[in-house]
Design a protein around this ligand. Structure first.
Ligand code: BV8
Length: 249
């Protein structure tokens, strides 16, 4: 790690308000596949994931959308938070920061399992279903596995996964909260994201515009690398404990 970055991380007065933005790469070492690793995009049943996870697919083939999310939930069920998730959860309660915001693009729930609270799950949460008509929310675990698509217990319409799909807007409040935190943070750590998905990829742009230091943690170069003040090449589970002072982990 460069001396300049070490000095920053050791200078508490310059590192009091932290925003962490995470993407699929933070969960890679937990066993959750990423979407665009190695320059290829995830394909399932012959379809690219951007098509499977699109709002059009909900209208076109809701049962297939449930098969796709049931498949992914099966993978996530066997995964545990890794040292990166734990370091972020510990940093939040360390008392070291005047302001601490965690924004994740992930729907795998591993930050919550690691103990993070008040996090902003920009793209929703794989463990919930939402009614197409009345927005009734239900934990998928409460729905019989053969009830696909699930039936809303309130209005009896079909239910869909409670995630933000390509082609649909994010929750306004969640996005506004993320942007407001980005505008006031001193340091924005961007970990495990290819930074290609809009509008989440605007968070480091806002942070930098308002004077924050951008630290990227990624195993590869990304579209953000040239833009970041520091780009640490490495695995999230190795790097995050170091930069968040959680080596004990
Ligand atoms: C919207 C939930 C408007 C579902 C997800 C053309 C140009 C620009 C934008 C667009 C465009 N065409 C369409 C758009 C908009 C579109 C978009 O950005 N598309 C992209 C593909 C170009 N965005 C949207 O549609 C958004 N909505 O814009 O709405 C609107 C307004 C009003 C009315 C209607 C519409 C909605 C986007 C949300 C989509 N949902 N997830 C699901 O999961 O199935 S996004 C999905 O991608 C996941 O959430 C994922 O997290 C996210 C982002 O990907 P990453 O997290 O970055 O993951 P990736 O695999 O790409 O990268 C992993 C990285 O980790 C890599 O860099 C790798 O090197 C690194 N890594 C790997 N291992 C490690 C590691 N790093 C560290 N350690 C390791 N061990």
């Amino acid at each position: 790690m460069s001396d300049k970055l070490t000095m920053l991380l050791d200078a508490p007065e310059k590192f009091r308000r932290l925003l962490v933005l995470s993407g699929a790469g933070i969960s890679a070492e937990s066993g959750v596949p990423t979407f665009r690793g190695g320059g290829t995009s995830t394909v399932w049943r012959g379809m690219p994931f951007e098509q499977l996870s699109s709002v059009e697919m909900v209208e076109k083939d809701l049962p297939l959308v449930w098969e796709w999310f049931d498949y992914r939930r099966g993978i996530v069920a066997g995964c545990e938070p890794n040292a990166a998730h734990l370091a972020i959860a510990r940093a939040q309660i360390s008392g070291r920061f005047d302001a601490f915001t965690l924004v994740t693009q992930n729907i795998d729930g591993l930050h919550r399992s690691a103990g993070s609270t008040d996090l902003i799950e920009l793209h929703g949460n794989i463990d919930q279903a939402r009614c197409l008509s009345c927005n009734y929310l239900l934990d998928v675990a409460e729905i019989p596995e053969d009830e696909r698509p699930p039936v809303c217990p309130d209005c009896f319409d079909s239910m869909r996964p409670n995630v933000v799909l390509f082609g649909e807007a994010l929750d306004d409040d969640a996005l506004l909260q993320a942007y407001e935190s980005a505008a006031v943070c001193d340091v924005c750590i961007v970990v495990g994201t290819s930074a290609v998905v809009y509008p989440a990829n605007q968070i480091p742009v806002i942070a930098k515009r308002e004077g924050a230091v951008i630290i990227e943690v990624n195993s590869d170069e990304t579209e953000l690398t040239a833009f970041a003040d520091f780009s640490i090449r490495g695995k999230a589970a190795d790097v995050l404990p170091t930069i968040l002072g959680d080596e004990v982990n």
